[in-house]
Design a protein around this ligand. Structure first.
Ligand code: UDP
Length: 453
């Protein structure tokens, strides 16, 4: 921990769990390097200030109604937030800069905002002469290429032949055409203008911060440096000394840790689908059944809201629940980073969100990928096809397939080879954040960059 350097950084996360976690992790890193931290946040999905007594928090009004916050259409939600937050954000930042200009001991260095906040962050920061950096919470491969989605959508009929489904998408590696078709099924009304705004806002920033590293995505980083023409700081995902778990928006069920303590080493499959996606009751039942039939002990997270229209796990039939309870434990939300670190965990059945993916790599836990939306298809391809540290559940959610993939991962030659590759990847990524590693050097450049403002 370095002593306070007299500079303050303003952070502005997008109000989603998968965006708040990396932003708070970044806050912890910058704070350890002597920066004071202020987090500006919306009322919707507000982080808990009491969990971070060393940071200042300022809430702005987002104007979202209860119904609006429950939408499934994230692009629409972000578009709405970008419209409604402009004035409150401008007022908040103007006040903050006004009060800090009176201070002789501290000055505000820059604003770091999530890439999902678009035009208004650019105009507000520009009018206040505040340097602005963008935090990208996706994999570089996805961030770099997803601006091409509207163009790819126009060409989609060219891709729809069955024989080509497994081909790589040339403009979007490592996606295969069948993945692209699934991404393109998502709602699109607001997508194109929103993507254009993200692109413009990112290109005009003073730099991009990415929670990834050369060891994971060298080619994409190289291309991104060419495409964006602003400094890119790939500061690495592997900060176990700065866990993001304290920024949880949900109440974590800590009882899973003593339960894991009772299980054999590397025997448990951890199952979680993050904070956003939803599934049907029959799909949850297939998963529960596949887990139970695999014979491995399992820890299953069923978030309230995972199965739409239900309270929690009542979609799982009673007779199956009795069997599930023999080998498994179900919780509403887990302390995921602690769970992945536990010696009892031998695999992770995941929706392949980027945070979950890098947390798993950091702890060396092999994955079974079940991507459902958006960037998750790219993350899953990186895991299964590029790094080859996991298996891919590509077809519909089916109990037999889940059982068979778990068996392959926990026993047999394929599972062993995957575990060995994961061990090597974990070491490589771990070295990257140590002194003179690529992520370490990127972080040093970022600190110099921010200090130069
Ligand atoms: N997470 C958690 N407990 C859970 C499930 C998820 O703490 O039971 C955390 C996880 O560690 C990760 C974040 O929630 O940091 C989910 O982010 P990710 O990008 O994986 O998925 P998203 O929620 O954005 O779909």
């Amino acid at each position: 921990m370095e002593k306070n350097n007299g500079r303050r950084v303003i952070l502005f996360p997008l109000p989603l769990q998968g965006c708040i976690n990396p932003m708070i992790q970044l806050a912890k890193i910058l704070h350890s390097r002597g920066f004071s931290i202020t987090v500006i946040h919306t009322r919707f999905n507000a982080p808990k200030p009491t969990s971070h007594p060393l940071f200042s928090f300022l809430e702005i009004k987002d104007g979202l109604s209860e119904t609006e916050t429950r939408t499934d259409d994230n692009t629409w939600l972000f578009t709405l937030l970008n419209r409604r937050c402009e004035t409150p954000f401008r007022d908040c930042l103007t006040n903050l800069l006004g009060s800090s200009s009176d201070s002789e001991t501290e000055r505000i260095s820059c604003l770091i905002h999530d890439s999902g906040w678009t035009f208004f962050t650019r105009s507000v920061a520009k009018s206040l002469k505040l340097p602005r950096l963008v935090l990208n919470t996706y994999t570089v491969s996805f961030f770099l290429n997803h601006f091409a989605l509207p163009k790819l959508r126009r060409e989609v009929s060219l891709l729809s032949q069955d024989s080509e489904q497994d081909d790589l998408v040339q403009d979007f590696p490592p996606l295969r055409k069948k993945d692209l078709l699934r991404i393109l099924k998502e709602k699109r009304e607001y997508l194109e203008p929103y993507l254009n705004m993200i692109l413009e806002t990112t290109k005009s920033s003073s730099g991009i911060i990415i929670m990834s590293c050369e060891e994971l995505e060298q080619d994409s980083l190289c291309k991104a440096r060419d495409a964006f023409k602003v400094p890119i700081f790939a500061i690495g995902p592997s900060y176990s000394n700065f866990p993001a778990s304290s920024s949880s928006l949900f109440t974590q069920d800590e009882t899973c840790i003593p339960w894991l303590d009772k299980q054999e080493d590397r025997s448990v499959i951890y199952v979680s689908f993050g904070s956003l996606i939803s599934m049907t009751g029959p799909e949850l039942t297939e998963i529960a059944c596949g887990l139970r039939n695999s014979g491995q002990p399992f820890l299953l997270v069923v978030r309230v809201g995972l199965v739409k229209g239900t309270e929690w796990i009542e979609a799982i039939p009673e007779e199956l629940m009795a069997k599930v309870n023999e080998k498994g434990k179900i919780v509403k939300w887990a302390p995921q980073q602690e769970v992945l670190k536990h010696q009892a965990i031998g695999g992770f059945l995941t929706h392949s969100g980027w945070n979950s993916t890098v947390e798993s790599v950091r702890e060396g836990v092999p994955m079974i990928c079940l991507p459902c939306i958006w960037d998750q298809f790219v993350d899953a391809r990186l895991v299964s096809d590029v790094w080859r540290v996991g298996l891919h559940l590509e077809h519909r959610i089916d109990r037999n397939e889940i059982e068979s993939l778990i068996r392959s991962l926990f026993s047999g030659n394929e599972g062993e080879a995957i575990r060995e590759r994961m061990r090597l990847l974990k070491e490589k990524v771990g070295r990257s954040v140590k002194e003179n590693g690529s992520a370490y050097r990127s972080l040093e450049s970022l600190i110099d960059h921010i200090s130069s403002f």
